[in-house]
Design a protein around this ligand. Structure first.
Ligand code: 5GP
Length: 189
């Protein structure tokens, strides 16, 4: 059976990454979404084991010591990490494994996994990003400001990725994303 591909996706918050991936991941046979561990508090509607594995800092640090993460990073004051074990299982099952992680973690995977491909999702403009973050209404003003600053920093990292999908129109962005994935699947080496 053909092995799946390891695909790393990064986007500053507010780029509509969740919406794009929500559409793409409807194909559950083709894709496996790696559920990350985090120490941040759940947002309304987020479920443990579905959106994230919600850990205490102590539990997260025990996993770091036990080398249970493929990568981990600290982002806006919280830990985020990719559990290692499920990834190989699903690649061997022939599924494409999608890691939705921020830039520092992506760069760790660049070092460790030459088989991985890297997709960046960008907003059409910085103003659109601030507007989306504000309209989402899930964070207070201080957190939004922190995330906008973080996002502006992250936008400068696009050069470290293999592909960039711009999310202006959702249907186009989803089609572009799937075209990139198909190209990754067809890559010889
Ligand atoms: P949020 O708090 O908005 O859910 O996520 C904040 C950032 O952490 C996003 O850029 C998201 O992609 C990233 N992130 C989520 N899971 C992981 C992970 O396992 N590792 C790393 N390095 N970043 C992650």
């Amino acid at each position: 059976m053909k092995r799946g591909r390891l695909i790393v996706v990064s986007a500053p918050s507010g780029c509509g990454k969740g919406t794009i991936l929500g559409r793409v991941l409807q194909d559950r046979e083709r894709f496996f979404y790696s559920v990350s561990a985090t120490t941040r508090a759940p947002r309304e509607g987020e479920e443990n084991g579905v959106h994230y594995l919600f850990y205490t800092r102590e539990a997260f640090e025990r996993c770091i010591k036990g080398e249970l993460f493929l990568e981990y990073a600290e982002y806006c004051g919280n830990y985020y990490g990719t559990p290692l074990a499920p990834i190989e299982v699903h690649l061997n099952m022939g599924q494409d494994v999608i890691l939705e992680i921020e830039v520092q973690g992506a760069m760790q995977i660049r070092e460790k996994r030459p088989d991985a491909s890297f997709i960046f999702i960008a907003p059409p403009s910085p103003a659109a990003l601030r507007e989306r973050l504000t309209n989402r209404g899930t964070e207070d003003a201080e957190t939004i400001e922190k995330r906008v600053q973080q996002a502006e920093k992250e936008l400068t990292c696009v050069d470290a990725y293999d592909y960039c999908v711009i999310n202006d129109d959702l249907d186009t962005a989803v089609a572009d994303f799937l075209a990139v994935v198909r190209a990754i699947e067809l890559k010889v080496k």
